[in-house]
Design a protein. Structure first.
Lengths: 579, 216
């Protein structure tokens, strides 16, 4: 042990004297000791400085800024479902964070009956009995009400009841309520797609990587509104059971509007679940659409070589096939040329065309048109057509299918087939999603361009000269064919007192672009049309009013002086015969 | 282990000079003070810098959070607005109150240049005292506004003195070449030439008023 020099100083007092130890070394050691002391002092000062800084900071936080730096507002959790918009960006479905009121009955304090009355005063739309039952629930947790407004949530919070829980939960909002209800669909109480687009594109809508990107539909909300409005008006006018309509872009296969009436509020689908309003009549319901299939038969016959020239004439005398008799509703004397067959909607002539075609050709073309497959498009609600059974598809079926009976399809089926018929003969896939501008849509040729042009001209004549003249919106060159079919009885057979009135067509027929299908289910007729329940009296006026409304929206300019090329049909019909 | 040399025995009879001792201590204390001050400055500077950066980061985060919250609010307001202006509601207002109807084909102009037809000088299609024309039997040639004969038979430009105060009472109510009581919409829809030009808007208003008077 190194030697040192110690000296102690005794202090008076009760405590024993503490020896004051001093160390004194010689030379460099003493200097090292001094440096060590200095460093120790510096460390103490540094520590003291840090403590001072912390203390100052605490004073700053606690005294000078007692409110603190402020907490940022709570960030809302990411939305779990992407929006749905129409082709122009109009909102069709959106997700927002709604409030839900729940209760932990075991944490409730006070009078539950009084609390139930106070809650019922804040939530008048919720039955008071249901609220009281929720408060008496024998369990740890129970929802009282969902989708309550922020104002209601604030008032409920002000009740100060610790057993009440206000939760934020994502909820789906459909601003247009009933508009395109069947097309857009809805979600279940758990937020999963339950119908329509919501169900068809569940994976896309819930993809977190694309949650900020809305799903853009081909739908045009303005066209949809016009379609639903006109269908609704026709339903009221004719006291119909239901209605359906489709507006399709024949060039791209985009569904611009698809309506099924009656509709329901998709914000509250559960209250009406299982009711007829939930049936999508445009894509799920199948109907015999009557004479609207005749232009397809004519096109098939032309394409198959059965009709060599539109000047060919067909006898219209009633014919009997098995136990069925086929006759014309609008009887005209003499044989009819091909355009006259459509103008006067001859059942007999189209039956003869189908007979000449034969089953194989007819079935092949129906299949190529998609009329024997489930309804096109992405919706999960797709109806399967009702066609004759293979073993029963004999001559009688061939002939009745030829003029639109014995084959039940959805209105969307028919719209797709008419798009193929008028767009040059190319069948393009039907889609509910917007096709980018300028993007070519591949298709499969079904009819030749010449057949398409020829039948298109006949469709125009069927409107200007035939049963569809009430559909002729001036200036917009509407072409199409009416259809009237008796409804099937549930037990079999046809009900003569109940009709399906329909119209299928396109406009403008000089360059067909937009296909329309309108179907009115079981109209009772109206006084202004002599209580007629035919397609020409019920469905054609809907098309007239609809075209006047949607043509400006779709950018179709009216031109009363323009008509499709009818030169190939000149002399084959007598103008004004039905006027 | 470093050997520590034994301490030297000091000469206890000669104390060290006091001045030298004070100067040494001062140097040491000054060095220590500078070191402490430097250390404190570095620590405080680092802390201040870190604090400033943290404050900036908090401000940015707060702003981002506020933006998110505001975006949510805007979204909610947008949803409410779209609910209030939903198309079925607009349709109900139109059906119940406004009664607007889709425009007819004849009401659409194929080109914006056609609007200029309504701004032609009155010499081109002078307005006429329409009520008198509508009340009386109009000449056959004047029933259609496109007839050149009717245009020739019309009054002259209103810039002349006759236009302000005609001396001939028979000319005070001449047949109006531009008044189309027979079929004004059809005339405009069907024609596209210069003779299809209608009267100025004021004339149209008078025509409408006269039509309203004439109708039972």
């Amino acid at each position: 042990m190194p030697a040192g020099h110690f000296h102690a100083v005794a202090r008076p007092g009760l405590r024993p004297p503490v020896p004051r130890v001093g160390l004194r070394l010689a030379g460099a050691q003493q200097q090292a000791l001094g440096v060590a002391r200095q460093r120790l002092a510096a460390g103490i000062l540094l520590f003291a400085g840090l403590v001072t800084v912390i203390a100052l900071r605490l004073v700053d936080l606690a005294v000078l800024r007692p409110e603190g730096p402020g907490r940022p507002p709570p960030a809302a959790p990411p939305l779990p479902r992407a929006d749905i918009v129409d082709r122009h960006g109009a909102l069709l479905a959106a997700t927002y964070h709604a409030y839900a009121l729940a209760v932990r009955p075991r944490d409730l304090s006070g009078d539950r009956a009084e609390l139930a009355r106070r809650i019922a005063a804040i939530l008048p739309e919720r039955p008071a009995d249901a609220i009281a039952a929720a408060l008496r629930h024998d369990g740890p947790f129970r929802f009282v009400a969902r989708r309550i407004t922020p104002e209601q949530a604030r008032r409920l919070r002000d009740l100060g009841e610790p057993g009440l829980v206000l939760e934020r939960e994502p909820d789906r909002l459909y601003p247009n309520q009933r508009l395109a209800a069947h097309l857009v669909g809805h979600v279940s109480i758990d937020g999963a797609g339950a119908a329509g687009i919501e169900r068809a594109f569940e994976a896309r809508l819930t993809d977190p990587a694309r949650a900020d990107l809305p799903l853009v539909l081909a739908l045009d909300a303005r066209v949809q509104q016009a379609l639903e409005s006109e269908l609704d008006r026709a339903m009221a006018r004719h006291q119909a059971e239901g209605a359906a309509g489709v507006v399709l872009d024949a060039e791209t296969g985009e569904v611009l509007a698809l309506a099924s009436l009656p509709a329901f509020d998709i914000n509250r689908p559960g209250a009406e679940a299982g009711r007829p309003e939930h049936i999508n009549r445009a894509t799920l319901g199948v109907y015999e659409l009557g004479s609207t299939l005749k232009p397809l038969t004519v096109a098939m016959a032309i394409e198959a070589g059965v009709i060599a020239s539109p000047a060919e004439r067909y006898a219209v005398a009633p014919i009997r096939v098995g136990r069925h008799s086929i006759r014309d509703i609008h009887r005209r004397p003499g044989p009819l040329s091909v355009p006259e067959v459509l103008i006067h909607s001859s059942n007999v002539a189209t039956a003869r065309m189908a007979e000449a075609m034969g089953r194989a050709t007819q079935e092949a073309y129906l299949r190529r048109l998609g009329l024997l497959d489930p309804a096109p498009g992405e919706l999960p609600e797709r109806g399967r057509p009702l066609a004759p059974a293979p073993e029963a598809w004999g001559l009688s079926s061939v002939m009745t299918v030829g003029f639109g009976h014995g084959l039940a399809v959805t209105p969307l089926h028919l719209a797709s087939a008419y798009a193929t018929l008028v767009n040059g003969g190319i069948r393009r896939p039907v889609t509910f999603l917007k096709v980018p501008e300028g993007k070519p849509v591949p298709g499969v040729r079904v009819f030749s361009a010449e057949t398409s042009r020829l039948v298109g001209a006949m469709l125009r004549l069927a409107v200007t000269e035939g049963t569809g003249r009430r559909a002729d919106a001036p200036g917009y060159r509407v072409g199409g064919k009416t259809g009237t079919a008796e409804k099937l009885r549930p037990g079999g057979g046809y009900d003569r007192r109940r009709n399906i009135a329909s119209f299928a067509g396109a406009f403008p027929m000089d360059a067909p672009r937009y296909v329309l299908v309108v179907m009115i289910d079981d109209p009772k007729g109206a006084a202004e049309t002599g209580f007629s329940r035919s397609g020409g009296a019920v469905a054609a006026p809907v098309v007239h009013d609809l075209v006047l409304r949607i043509a400006p929206v779709l950018g179709v300019l009216p031109d009363p002086a323009r008509e499709p090329d009818l030169s190939a049909l000149a002399g084959l019909y007598t103008p004004g015969t039905r006027r | 282990m470093i050997p520590i040399p034994p301490p030297r025995i000091r000469n206890t009879g000669l104390p060290r000079p006091r001045a030298a001792l004070t100067a040494g201590r001062r140097r040491h204390w000054l060095a220590a003070l500078l070191m402490v001050a430097g250390t404190l400055s570095a620590a405080l500077g680092g802390y201040a810098l870190s604090h400033a950066v943290a404050a900036e980061r908090r401000a940015v985060e707060r702003l981002a959070a506020e933006n998110r919250a505001l975006a949510g609010t805007v979204r909610a307001l947008d949803a409410e607005l779209r609910v209030r202006m939903r198309l079925p509601q607009l349709q109900r207002w139109n059906d119940g109150i406004l009664g607007l109807k889709p425009i007819a084909a004849a009401q659409q102009l194929g080109s914006p240049l056609l609007v200029a037809r309504y701004l032609l000088p009155e010499t081109e299609a002078p307005p006429a005292p329409v009520p008198a024309v509508l009340a009386g039997p109009a000449p056959a040639a004047a029933t259609h506004p496109l007839q050149p004969a009717a245009r020739e038979g019309g009054p002259r430009a209103p810039s002349s003195g006759e236009a302000r105060g005609p001396s001939d009472p028979a000319r005070a109510m001449p047949p109006a070449p531009a008044a189309p009581p027979a079929a004004p919409p059809a005339g405009r829809a069907g024609g596209s030439g210069p003779a299809d030009r209608g009267p100025p808007p004021s004339g149209l208003l008078r025509l409408v008023e006269a039509e309203a008077v004439r109708l039972p």
